[in-house]
Every structure is written in C-alpha cells, then in structure tokens.
Ligand binder design. Structure first.
Ligand code: C2E
Ligand code: MG
Ligand code: MG
Length: 581
C-alpha cells in the first residue's frame, strides 16, 4: 500500500534508479547536448556533450545564466522573453534550428528542443536538448559547393556561370554597355595529359585559372566550363576597340610558358568571342555562339581567335545540314566517280585516270568535293566515303581491264584524316585482291601536308606500298610546306604541280621559275612530274619545254563519267584537236 513506509522507500529507490538510468542515458549520447536551467535560467545540469559542443565544462557552466553562456548577443532579449513567457504564461518554446555561441565566440549550428518540467510550480525547470548540426551543415555546404563550383580550380562551373552571366548581362543592358564573352579551349590538351600525366594536366589547368583570374576586374566573371575549357565574361564595355583589347589581354596570359614537370612548356589555346547584345539575348545563347566561334577557330589550327557573327552561324547550320544530307546521299547511292585523264605531254596519249568524286543529290544541285570532302573529314564520314571510293575505283579498273581497254591505272585521292585509320592500307590491299588487281592498277595521291604530318606508322605503311611498286603522287605540290629537301625522305613516285603555278606560269616569271625548278629536281630525284589544271596551249607549250611528263586539265579533258571514259579509251572520243599524237 502506498501509505506504508516500506512502499515509499521502494518507490523512492525506483525513482532514483530511473533517474540514474536517465542521466546515464543522457551522458552516453555523444552528439546530444542536454542542459537543465532553473527558473532564473541558471545551469543546474550540463552533460558531457554540452561541454564538447559549447566548450564549458560542467563545473564551469554550473550556476551561470543561459544568456551569458551560449546565447549570441542578438538573440539575448528574445531568449529571455520566451523563457519568461513560458514561466509566467505557460507558452511553449518551439523546437528550432539555431546558431548558439561556443566559448570561443564561434557560432555552432544546432537543432534545439525544449523540455519543460514542473510547470506551474515555484521550481520550473527547462531542459534543452541540442543536436549538433555542424557535420550536416558542412556536408551540405560541400555538396552545394560541388554542385556550383569546380573542384580543381574552385571556379564557378558552367551552370553557376550561366546564372552569373545572366545578371552581368542585365547590368550591362541597364548601363547601355556591351558585354564580351570569351570561350577559351586549350589546344591538344589530351596530348599534354598523355605526355605528362593527369597530374601535370591538372597543374596546367590550375596555373591557367590563376593567371586568367589575376587579369580579371572585380565585375568580370569566369568559369571552368569543361575539362580544358574556360569562359570569361567582361561586362560594362563601352567602346568597340575595348573588345579586341580584352581578347588580347586573354591571349597574353598564354604568352609565357608554363612550368610543368620541371620544364617550361608553351601552351596555346583557341578563343571564340561573342558580344552581348549583338550575338545573343540570353546567357545560354551567348555562350553557345562563343562556343560555335571557338569550334570554328579550332579548325583553323592552334592559337586561333574567331569572333561570332550571324554569317558564321548560318554557315555552320548549312554545313550541318549538308553533312546529314551527305550521309544519306552515300547510303542512297548518290555518289559517283568521274575520271580525269592524265595524258603524256609529249605524245598526248591517255596514260592514267584520276578518280574524282562527284555528288549528284537526287534533290538539289551537285555539290563540289572541294566543299563536301572537308565536311566529311570533320564529321568522320570520310572513312566510309573513302571505302566507297576505293571499292568503286577497283571495281571499275577491273571492269575496264576485262574489257581490254588500254589504261595504266586509276589514281585515287586520300585526304589527311583518312590516314588516321590504322588499317587504311590493309583495306586497300583487301580491295585490290577482291577484284584481282595488283599494285600497278591503282595509284594514290596525297598532299604535301599529309606527308609532313604523317607519323611513323603512316610512313611505314607508305614505304611498304612503295616497295611493292605502287605509284604514290604528291598532290597540289607547291601549296604546302614546299620544301624540296623533304622529297627524298618520302616514299613517293610522282609530283603533281599545283594548278595555281600552271595558271600563272605564262605571265609570272616567278611561278615559271618555281615550276621549272620543280620539274628539274623532281627528275633528278627520279620522280615523275605531272602538271594539273592545264587550260590552254600556252601552258602546254611551257610544260613541254620544261619536259614535264604528264599533263591533266580542261585543255584536254574535264573529269568524265565512266561511259565517256569507255568511249574515249575505245578510240571513239578524241581529245583536244591541237594534240599531237
Ligand atoms: P585534286 O585532287 O587536286 O583534284 C583536281 C581538281 O582540279 C579537281 O577538282 C578537278 O576537277 C580540277 N581540275 C582539273 N582540271 C582542271 C583545269 O584545267 N582547271 C581547273 N580550274 N580545275 C581543274 P574537283 O573534282 O572539284 O576536286 C577537288 C578536290 O576534292 C580534289 O583536288 C581532291 O583534293 C578532292 N577530292 C576529289 N575526289 C576525292 C576523293 O575521292 N577522295 C578524296 N579524299 N578527295 C577527293
Ligand atoms: Mg588529286
Ligand atoms: Mg590537285
């Protein structure tokens, strides 16, 4: 029974035990800081976690007032008021996220619960249960940083930059000023990574970001847009000439070499520039157009700068569509080979044919290879087109041989990017074999620049062809590096003098001299010399005097379709009447 002394003692003991258990529980929660306060907000309880969270030991805290210990000044009045409202009117203090003061003065983020005991008595007690939120806050901040900034350079990422750019554009609009956007893309960054390793690649990016950052004014903004690309925006531009000055400023950053891997290395980059408001109304559009200009600049080589304009945009759009149409055209069989005869300068006899690609779209006008080949090189379609040309030329050669038509061989053109394909020469072999042809039936033409840029693998492949008796000609000779000393290094059998020299030779003594020297040196090196673009008798006379071997051009034949070639080779079609034969 409750009135008995033994029973009272038992309840009291139970109460004390549960109190001890409760305290032990509170002490054991490492992250939950519990403090008890009396009616004057003096500390009567302070657990270990509170000591860790706020920096005061239990002894130090005991008896001191809440507002003097952990309440920041700006909250002082509010806390005292809320506590009084609870004591006097019983108004609950809601749980909330707060920043309380550590002994060091720093603020600590906590989630604070208030447990009220002994309400409506003379000894009301308030227990605060604070959960430390620092880790969560830090993680949150880090996540937020990762979402908005680049980890390596700590620059805003593209999304963040786009938001900042939109604001900067608005500011410029209000000032009636322009904003210049520069898109920077490091040239051949992959090679730097490959040669020096990713760590050095990262070093370069950090150094470049630092250099660029040092040149910016407070209102300029910058971003690492992707691996090796940076975006910079310069708002408040009032004069036209300031645009190029800004671009120059960016370029100057690359002038001095970068210390990488213990050496100093020269780094180049291409820049695309767009200007607000002329080149875009929205941040996204302005960035896209600078990107378009940058990509276009890259096609021109290293260290190039290009300004966006609408013409460029339209041209790219046109090329994009043309590229799609070309792919469809290839599949639909719209490509054809034409053949331009190469005739002996001395006798006028047709010796070989150069295969020249023609595209007659089912809808629309014919498109010149000078236009669509570079396009196909950029899109990578050149490999499929090249396969088709190889196959078609071999097939045709076999058909004409079968028909007994008098013809040495057909030459096909290989462009630079076709060389990148490791198995190009194997494919040529397979194709020849398939049609029962040998090395003398098909020749190849390459430009000088392709040869000079060729790596050992390509040169090896060419050397093997050369030793097997293939004819290999340098096309458009004189328009590239034009170093005669290179000639002996390359496995070639013929030179084709570019038509610009042939065109100007009759009127320009310099062109005539170059042509004459080329024929002479070509012969000394045991090469056959071909002149292309021969259009009149005057040119032909000169070429004959110089002892050029073969001539090709409209004066004799334009590129012909296969049926015309057949009639020509069968003797039913004659060349230019002025030819001696
Ligand atoms: P290329 O190999 O230098 O071809 C010679 C170009 O000169 C041809 O232009 C030809 O039609 C043109 N030509 C021939 N005689 C004369 C002349 O007397 N006067 C003038 N003004 N031009 C003449 P085409 O057919 O438009 O080809 C242009 C370029 O496209 C070729 O230059 C070649 O680099 C490329 N190409 C053509 N077919 C192929 C191909 O199958 N594969 C590859 N990779 N490139 C090709
Ligand atoms: Mg050619
Ligand atoms: Mg040529």
């Amino acid at each position: 029974m409750s009135g008995q002394p033994g029973e009272v003692e038992r309840v009291r003991r139970q109460y004390l035990e549960s109190e001890l258990r409760f305290r032990a529980l509170l002490e054991s929660l490492p992250k939950v800081a519990v403090q008890g306060y009396d009616r004057d907000r003096r500390v009567i309880y302070w657990n270990e976690a509170s000591a860790r969270l706020y920096g005061y030991s239990a002894e130090e805290a005991q008896g001191r007032q809440l507002e003097d210990l952990i309440i920041p000044d700006f909250m002082r009045e509010g806390v005292i008021g809320a506590h009084r409202a609870w004591v006097e009117e019983g108004r609950e203090i809601p749980a909330e996220e707060l920043e309380l003061r550590h002994r060091s003065g720093e603020l600590v983020p906590v989630f604070s619960h208030h447990v009220m005991l002994n309400e409506h008595t003379d000894e009301p007690l308030m227990f605060c249960v604070d959960v430390d939120l620092s880790d969560q806050k830090r993680a949150h901040r880090e996540l937020d940083f990762a979402k908005r900034f680049d980890r390596l350079t700590h620059l805003p990422n593209r999304e963040t930059f786009e938001q900042q750019l939109a604001m900067a554009m608005e500011d410029s609009r209000q000032q009636g000023a322009a904003l210049v956007l520069v898109y920077l893309d490091i040239d051949h960054f992959v090679d730097i990574n490959d040669a020096l390793g990713y760590q050095q690649g990262d070093q370069l990016l950090i150094q470049l970001a630092t250099r660029l950052g040092a040149r910016l004014r407070a209102s300029d903004i910058m971003s690492r847009a992707s691996s090796d690309e940076f975006l910079m925006a310069f708002p408040g531009v009032h004069h036209q000439e300031d645009i190029s000055r800004l671009v120059l400023k960016v370029q100057e950053v690359l002038r001095s070499p970068f210390p990488l891997d213990g050496k100093s290395r020269k780094v180049t980059a291409c820049l695309g520039v767009s200007v607000f408001p002329a080149n875009g109304e929205s941040a996204g559009e302005l960035i896209r157009n600078a990107d378009v200009a940058k990509n276009r600049a890259k096609l021109n080589g290293r260290g190039q700068v290009l300004y966006f304009d609408q013409k460029l945009h339209d041209e790219l759009l046109y090329q994009h569509r043309l590229s799609d149409r070309l792919e469809q055209g290839l599949e639909a069989g719209e490509l054809t080979l034409y053949y331009q005869p190469q005739v002996s300068a001395a006798s006028g006899r047709v010796e070989n044919l150069e295969a020249l690609l023609r595209w007659f779209p089912r809808e629309g006008d014919p498109v010149s290879p000078a236009e669509f080949i570079p396009l196909a090189e950029r899109s990578g379609l050149i490999h499929r087109i090249g396969d088709w040309v190889m196959e078609e030329a071999c097939r045709q050669r076999a058909v004409w041989r079968e028909a007994g038509l008098p013809l040495e061989r057909i030459d096909i053109n290989f462009s630079g990017s076709q060389m990148n394909r490791a198995d190009l020469f194997e494919r040529l072999d397979t194709c020849l074999e398939l049609h029962g042809l040998g090395p003398r039936d098909i020749g190849i033409e390459l430009t000088e620049n392709v040869l000079i840029e060729a790596d050992e693998r390509v040169l090896d492949g060419l050397r093997r062809l050369y030793h097997r008796g293939f004819r290999i000609a340098i096309d458009d000779f004189g328009t590239g590096y034009s170093s005669l000393s290179y000639l002996k290094r390359f496995p070639v059998t013929a030179l084709k003098i570019d038509r610009s020299f042939v065109r100007d030779a009759p009127s320009q003594p310099e062109d005539r001299a170059i042509m004459e020297a080329t024929v002479f040196i070509g012969h000394r090196l045991g090469l056959e010399v071909v002149a292309e673009g021969v259009e009149n008798a005057e040119q032909l006379t000169l070429l004959r005097e110089m002892r050029c071997d073969l001539v090709q051009g409209f004066y004799f034949f334009a590129p012909l379709g296969a049926p015309e070639v057949e009639r020509l080779l069968a003797g039913m079609l004659t060349g230019h009447p002025g030819l001696s034969s």
